[in-house]
Design a protein around this ligand. Structure first.
Ligand SMILES: [Zn+2]
Length: 232
């Protein structure tokens, strides 16, 4: 085993009480002081939040009745070879985009995670720019159902990600249904994917808590880039 230490890129947003969600009618994230140094001798916060907030995982059951809960995703599906697809001007990622990507940097690794970099990771997490709300509709870019189906059937992907707040474009749900319906999971709200666009493959670690019966949940997503995989 190589003793050379990989570079670690943190792909995770800081979760704040003000973090926005496009899910209508859910209470905002709340944080309160559960104990203080004065009251208990130590400090601890309490939190209440919807599972789909910040950088987070969507488990299959999020859209598919009877699908896997987040606590049923095994650890070996949370450490994956991964590839970033960099499409800053696409609205809907197509199969043709994936074929261009493969011609440029080789086949997408089997049983991997494929992460869409739209350049949204640098946006402030406010309702308007992060969620793609333009005052009348959500217009964030995302994956087409056809591209998701192609990756599932031809590359046997385990997970799909994005630096927007949803793998779907706008308020569509076709990509969610295609991915989660195939038993795979999503990672949404990633950051720093720009740092990985030239890596042909790196290791993605998705540190999501196995919430009992959870439909997903906030995660710490990390990229481990081996020295040999760095661009020259
Ligand atoms: Zn989702």
């Amino acid at each position: 085993m190589s003793t050379r230490i990989p570079r670690v890129v943190d792909l995770t947003r800081t979760l704040t009480p003000g973090f926005p969600t496009a899910i209508a009618d859910v209470p905002p994230v709340r944080r309160w002081q559960a104990t203080t140094y004065e009251s208990h001798g130590f400090s601890a916060n309490g939190w209440s939040l919807v599972e789909h907030i910040g950088t987070h995982v969507d488990a299959p059951v999020h859209f598919v009745p009877g699908g896997r809960d987040v606590d049923a995703i095994p650890a070996d599906e949370l450490v994956l070879p991964a590839r970033v697809v960099h499409l800053p001007s696409a609205q809907l990622v197509t199969v043709a985009d994936l074929l261009v990507e493969e011609r440029r940097r080789g086949p997408i690794p089997a049983r991997s995670a494929v992460l869409l970099c739209c350049g949204w990771g640098t946006r402030e997490p406010d309702d308007r720019s992060y969620l793609g709300w333009d005052g009348t509709a959500y217009r964030a870019p995302g994956w087409s159902a056809e591209a998701v189906e192609w990756l599932v059937e031809n590359r046997a992907i385990v997970a799909l990600g994005t630096d927007t707040s949803s793998i779907d474009a706008g308020d569509a749900s076709a990509a969610h249904l295609a991915l989660l319906g195939a038993g795979r999971y999503a990672i949404e709200g990633l950051v720093n994917l720009e740092q990985l666009v030239e890596c042909s493959s790196f290791t993605l670690v998705v540190g999501v808590i196995p919430w009992e019966s959870g439909t997903g949940g906030p995660c710490r997503a990390l990229a481990l880039v081996a020295p040999a995989e760095e661009s020259p």
